[in-house]
Design a protein around this ligand. Sequence first.
Ligand SMILES: [Fe+2]
Length: 269
Amino acid sequence: MKILHFSDLHIVPAGQRLFGLNPAQQLQQLIDHALQHHGDADLCVITGDLTHKGEVGAYEVLAEKLQQLPMPVQLLVGNHDDRHHFRSYFPDQSVDSHGFVQRIVDTDLYTLVFLDTLSVGSPEGELCAQRLQWLSQAIATSHKPILLFSHHPIMDLQFPSMDWIKLREHEEVMALIKQDNKVAYMFAGHVHRPAAGIWHGVPFATVSGASHQHHLHFTQTGASDSSLEPAGYGVISVLAHSITVHFQLAQNYARFAYQGPPLRLRAKT
Ligand SMILES: [Fe+2]
């Protein structure tokens, strides 16, 4: 199974810009690259911050863009989204019994669990008692290893300007994960950077933003500075005994792509 992992699109209504960028155009570069190189992907997951301010007009732009993707798309919400506007614009994206944008997708080898970590009015992530209960049940009832997707990272990344706005209930989630040992990999957005590591024995990865990035600064506290580093996405290859994550930069790809004859090292004679 091949999964495309996009995140942090920060789409704005038509005619507006963000940090001098056109987020819809940024997303288009990812879509173009993904369709050219990974059109065979089985799924595209977009881990939240679909829009910058959650306006209906922004979801309208997003819906039009996503029509180009031939594979199923799983959408999560982030702290920049508006859950109500999202649900009204994407009624096909299922929600749990309390209306949170979280769901379970069963595949041959893995159970995919998608979380809603949006805390209205706060940049921090939240899993309230209802959402924690839902996650507890999702883990307990899965008969397969789990791939866990969320907008907010559950773990610290040694990146102070992002760590203070990770998931607030990280200790509760850690306890759930340790209880069953079924979570095989965790994927998140929010960071606007590719990062990978292991947290309490569980590997994790975050991906670049589709729009702007965050400047990597290990001592800056408070809000992070945005940067105009190239946008990118993740390509997750999932096999029975192997999960590989490739981090692909996709912005202005055509400008840098090598167009000449194949470059190959010659064997020494
Ligand atoms: Fe974001």
